[in-house]
Design a protein around this ligand. Structure first.
Ligand code: CP
Ligand code: NVA
Length: 305
């Protein structure tokens, strides 16, 4: 199939990624000025959610409507996906009716299998391995607040999870240094680490990771699908809470990001999202603008191809 997919940041070149995040800011500006821009009129995005979502669903659905198209929410509970229809067959049928498909799933292989049988672009709306749409928003947010991230130092604190893996890919594609502070046994996927080489350093002490960092980011300690490990993780990750005192060790102009939802009092102190160094609300808003840029690239491009 010839469709162009976005399953990982590695599906784009560094130049394309930089254009995408700049375009996100332009689309944000258009919307803020009340300009109608509807290049995706009558285009339809299908959205398969095997896991819960607030931001991803809203940003894709609102984004498609703002671009002149529509989005359809599909859950395994009320489609044949939940009754054992194969992913490959579902991909063939859905992609004959839709212009693009966004999937939030557990196994990353669900995305690659769907994409292999899809005529239309498939977008990763989060898998157990990666969350590339979130990183588009994060990189757009950094650019808007601090300019280019190239050559800067980023600290990832906590779990070596799907977000952490995606920060590793971002370090490669956007050319920054990444320090990951995580407990033993919770390191990011070794395959991603191997790809990044010297760009990424794993440490145990969060203070070592944030020293002089320009961006500090964290995420929940228990990701979706790991709920039964919650108690164990709460105890293990306690030394990895990001709070004002930890941020004080970073660069004077550090900004803090959290992809949200947050558990205030766990991975972040209760007050951290209200700290002037936190840009988490802009980051959440930028999901909308960055993904509109992505939809414009994938869907409009496919339409004209
Ligand atoms: N950050 C993020 O993807 O949020 P949702 O789970 O609400 O979509
Ligand atoms: N790591 C989290 C991110 C949620 C947006 C999860 O997978 O649940």
């Amino acid at each position: 199939m010839s469709a162009r997919h976005f399953l990982s940041l590695m599906d784009c070149t560094p130049q394309e990624l930089n254009s995408l995040i700049r375009r996100g800011t332009e689309l944000k500006d258009l919307r803020n000025r009340g300009v109608r821009y509807e290049p995706l009129k009558s285009r339809v995005l299908g959205m398969i959610f095997e896991k819960a979502s607030t931001r991803t669903r809203l940003s894709f659905e609102a984004g498609m409507i703002q671009l002149g198209g529509q989005a359809i929410f599909l859950s395994p509970r009320d489609t044949q996906l939940g009754r054992g229809e194969p992913i490959s067959d579902s991909a063939i049928v859905m992609s004959r009716m839709l212009d693009a498909v966004m999937i939030r799933t557990f196994a990353h292989s669900t995305l690659t299998e769907f994409a292999a049988h899809s005529r239309v672009p498939v977008i990763n709306g989060l898998s157990d391995d990666l969350h590339p749409c979130q990183l588009l928003a994060d990189m757009q947010t950094f650019l808007e607040h601090r300019g280019s991230i190239q050559g800067k130092t980023v600290a990832w604190i906590g779990d070596g999870n799907n977000m952490c893996n995606t920060y590793i890919e971002a370090a490669i594609q956007f050319d920054f240094q990444l320090r990951v502070a995580c407990p033993e046994g919770y390191e990011p996927n070794p395959a991603f680490l191997a790809q990044a080489g010297d760009r990424v350093k794993v440490v145990r002490d969060p203070r070592e990771a944030v020293a002089g960092a320009h961006l500090v980011s964290t995420d929940v300690w228990t990701s979706m699908g790991q709920e039964e490990e919650t108690a164990k993780r709460l105890a293990l990750f306690a030394p990895y809470q990001v709070n004002k005192a930890l941020l004080d060790l970073a660069a004077a102009d550090v900004i803090f990001m959290h992809c949200l939802p947050a558990h205030r009092g766990e991975e972040i102190s209760v007050d951290l999202l209200d700290d002037p160094r936190s840009v988490a609300w802009d980051q959440a808003e930028n999901r909308l603008h960055a993904q509109k840029a992505l939809l414009e690239l994938l869907v409009e491009h496919a339409h004209h191809a």
